[in-house]
Design a protein around this ligand. Structure first.
Ligand code: KG4
Length: 351
């Protein structure tokens, strides 16, 4: 029966949300994305990220309180992401959270960003105005794929989950972003790759090599895929190993075909991992798909059908809750408050 303020500043989104655990209702969620500030550099610049958080944090907190129609006195707990992430960015959110907690005598809750993503599946999965919480059955398999990590978890409950597979090199989002850069889509590239692939009906034109054992292990490897795309472009005279992309050869048709082949390849890999995970953990009742890459409708559709065919439920939140947000921080904060898991003012980032 508590009102939780969630604060998320681990990377390039300043996000704040308010969750009412008594009514199981998300009262507000406000996100300021810094993507425009970083895109000219082709990736996130840590110093720019932390400065922008500092400029925006009070405004976003006020906006989230206004949207929830409450003020700081109505808040019971403050949940804040303290790891993992960019140190300067995390420090902004954490210092702000500590200051409010101290000034208003509220309890502080430390949130692990990756753990928050796992339970973002409980946030509403459609764009309706119904802000209530999903019922996600335990145990379940969670595939979490973003720009910085790609992990499969076996989730028994809010406190009890284990990593059963993860990338040994690049993350899936990184593969999308790196290939997007090679073919001239800029940063971040995942959404643009999906749009381009749709134009050619998600066909697999180039059949990029899937690693030999990709159906036999729950671990991922994506760095070879980026190299496979690059060498295929070299064969097509569209990439030079010394000087990079040969722009006059990278036509819209080639961009679409590369995008589509890459997307089908990554979807095939994800599908194989989910099939294997459900074989190894038959007691799992559902599959959840979270993280920025879960914004991809094509991959969601593929995983939805394979999961349903195996008689399990498939759950993936709407895009704004797949990508970085504070609703997942406030929601996980509520679970931790129920278990009396609070932090003191010695809370630090990254530990
Ligand atoms: O979770 P997230 O918002 O942030 C961090 O990784 O911190 O994930 C961002 C990643 C980027 O790599 C982006 O290219 C990818 O998610 N992404 C997508 C799509 N939308 C975003 N990847 C594939 N298809 C999409 N539609």
């Amino acid at each position: 029966m508590s009102i939780i303020l969630g604060i998320e500043t681990s990377c390039d989104e300043t996000a704040v949300a308010v969750y009412d655990s008594g009514r199981k209702l998300l009262l507000s969620s406000v996100i300021f994305s810094q993507v425009k500030l970083h895109e000219i550099y082709g990736g996130v610049v840590p110093e720019i990220a932390s400065r922008s958080h500092l400029e925006k944090i009070d405004i976003i907190i006020q906006a989230a309180l206004d949207q929830a129609n409450i003020n700081l006195n109505n808040i019971d707990y403050i949940a804040v992401t303290n790891k993992p992430g960019l140190v300067g960015s995390l420090l902004v959110g954490m210092c702000f959270a500590k200051s409010i907690a101290f000034a208003k005598n509220k309890k502080l809750i430390a949130i692990d960003h990756l753990q928050a993503h796992i339970f973002s599946s409980f946030l509403k999965k459609d764009n309706s105005n119904n802000n209530s919480i999903e019922d996600v059955p335990f145990p379940h398999i969670c595939l979490s794929a973003s720009g910085g990590s790609t992990v499969i978890y076996y989730v028994k409950d809010f406190n009890n989950y284990e990593v059963i597979g993860q990338t040994i090199d690049d993350a899936a989002g990184e593969a999308f972003d790196k290939v997007a850069k090679i073919i001239g889509f800029g940063y971040p590239g995942g959404a643009k790759i999906e749009q381009a692939a749709k134009l050619v009906d998600f066909q697999d034109f180039y059949n990029y090599t899937r690693t030999k054992n990709y159906t036999k292990s729950l671990d991922f490897t994506f760095s070879g895929l980026k190299t496979a795309v690059m060498y295929d472009l070299v064969k097509k005279d569209a990439y030079n190993l010394q000087s990079g992309p040969v722009w006059e050869k990278i036509t819209p048709e080639l961009q679409n075909k590369v995008s589509s082949s890459l997307l089908v390849c990554i979807a095939d890999i994800f599908q194989a991992k989910i099939e294997l995970a459900l074989k190894l953990y038959p007691e799992a009742q559902a599959v959840t798909f979270v993280g920025g890459v879960a914004c991809n409708n094509y991959i969601c559709d593929r995983l939805n059908s394979v999961t349903n065919n195996l008689g399990k439920k498939f759950i993936s939140p709407v895009c704004k809750f797949c990508a970085d947000n504070a609703a997942m921080v406030a929601f996980l904060g509520a679970q931790k408050a129920d278990q009396n898991k609070f932090s003191d003012y010695y809370l630090d980032v990254l530990n």
